[in-house]
Design a protein around this ligand. Structure first.
Ligand code: C2E
Ligand code: CA
Ligand code: CA
Length: 398
């Protein structure tokens, strides 16, 4: 299904009676809705930019109740059924009942309209901030689906520096999205949006495919030792049925050596520890090590730490940033590093931006450093040519 449609004035988007496959968000232009019942014609009004059409049929699965015709040259974004349904199903049951009841009432009202009725056409821009936020999210989600299907997401690779060996030992894969016309969208923003629905699953698969491709290319080029690449997994992906087996199977199919592909998961976003612990154990046994990401942020539920089978702890960048602020801040970093070592985990310190931070972390026995001092996330070509590793090592030893 086309995710984006451009219509000339007079062109029909859909006809009354057509099956409802999606709703549309009007990006620009105007669309009129007209229904005909016997000799009765109802004009439902003209809708403009920022408004949704066809969303009722999406909710109850009924065929199109009216014909939608562009009244000016228009651009529309398709909103798929699951975008709404997943959120409705995850929502408060009271809200769901309310939506159902409103839906039935609207259907009833439309059916009882007199012949040749003309609904008032409101041409007022939406000024409710909550509604606007909803429309913005719907739009961004549709654009993300579009970017995913047209391969517009890019994966970049931030070097991870082995402090004792003084070399770049691996990378973290970070997804990038440059939205045409609006510039880069922060992954923090769109990953969170994707996590609200199952959209995170195809996003994760996309990233995983790219990463496996890069690892295979490095291996085929004879990279020795083969650097590792860590992929971020959201807690939602981790508990998706069959996900762990799928990741393991992909790594096996690609014939990657144990440890080449790593997984990162943010502890503070874990909903349920038991399934996460089972997945971690399974992956680790199959040669896929885990790192506990953003350690020390949100809440670190230490009571569950012992049951999770991870090999690395990534100390959140806030700790490196503040380590020289006070003795207390420094003591916190030392305590986390000691605790990680005591439970047999290696430490990756994030957000390392200065030589002083790196030297101090080395003195503490921290194994790995990641941050702008070593390098920002680089395109795949720089990883494949070895340029990302070379510049990282030069910067760290300069
Ligand atoms: P994260 O996993 O904690 O990734 C590290 C973030 O810190 C990255 O931001 C990186 O660019 C940034 N960073 C690295 N070194 C430094 C530094 O020295 N100083 C500062 N100030 N920042 C540094 P980014 O790329 O914006 O990613 C944000 C978050 O989005 C990530 O946090 C991760 O949680 C999520 N994310 C990114 N890619 C993916 C993905 O493919 N899948 C999933 N599920 N999440 C992803
Ligand atoms: Ca991470
Ligand atoms: Ca992190």
């Amino acid at each position: 299904m086309a995710i984006r449609r451009e219509l000339f004035a007079g062109e029909v988007l859909y006809r009354q009676g057509d099956p409802t496959d999606c709703a549309w968000l009007i990006e620009s232009g105007q669309v009129e809705l007209v229904s005909v019942h016997g000799r009765r014609t109802t004009r439902h009004g003209v809708l403009g930019a920022g408004e949704l059409i066809g969303e009722l049929g999406l909710l109850d699965g009924a065929p199109r109740s009216a014909t939608a015709t562009a009244r000016a040259d228009s651009v529309l974004l398709a909103i798929e059924r699951e975008q709404f349904m997943e959120r409705l199903q995850a929502g408060d049951p009271i809200l769901r009942t309310l939506v159902d009841s409103l839906l039935q009432r609207i259907r009833g009202l439309v059916a009882s309209l007199p012949a040749d009725a003309e609904m008032p056409s409101e041409d007022v821009p939406c000024d409710d901030p909550v509604e606007r936020l909803g429309i913005d999210k719907i739009r961004l989600e549709a654009q993300l689906r579009d970017a995913l299907s047209s391969g517009e997401l890019e994966v970049r690779y931030q070097p991870i520096y082995d402090i004792a060996a003084a070399r770049v030992a691996g990378y973290e894969a970070l997804v990038r999205w440059d939205l045409p016309g609006s510039g880069p969208v922060s992954p923090a923003q769109f990953i969170q949006l994707a996590e609200e629905t199952s959209l995170i699953v195809p996003v994760g698969e996309y990233v995983l495919d790219k990463v496996i491709g890069v690892l295979q290319a490095l291996r085929d080029d004879g990279a020795d030792p083969l650097p590792s690449i860590a992929v971020n997994l959201s807690a939602r992906q981790l508990v998706e049925p069959g996900m762990a087996r799928q990741i393991v199977a992909r790594a096996e199919r690609a014939k990657l050596p144990a440890g080449a592909l790593k997984l990162e998961v943010t502890e503070s976003r874990m909903l349920d520890y038991a399934p996460v612990a089972a997945v971690m154990k399974h992956c680790r046994e199959q040669g896929l090590p885990f790192a506990l990401d953003d350690f020390g942020t949100g809440y670190s539920n230490l009571t569950h730490l012992h049951s999770l089978d991870f090999e690395f702890i990534k100390v959140d960048q806030a700790f490196a940033r503040h380590m020289f602020d006070s003795e207390r801040a420094m003591a916190m970093v030392e305590a986390i590093v000691n605790m990680a070592h005591a439970i047999g985990a290696k430490v990756i310190c994030e957000g390392v931006e200065t030589r002083e931070q790196l030297d101090r972390l080395r003195a503490m026995g921290v194994e790995y450093a990641q941050g702008y001092l070593i390098g920002k996330a680089a395109p795949a070509e720089e990883v494949l040519s070895g340029a990302a590793a070379r510049t990282g090592e030069e910067a760290a030893t300069a």
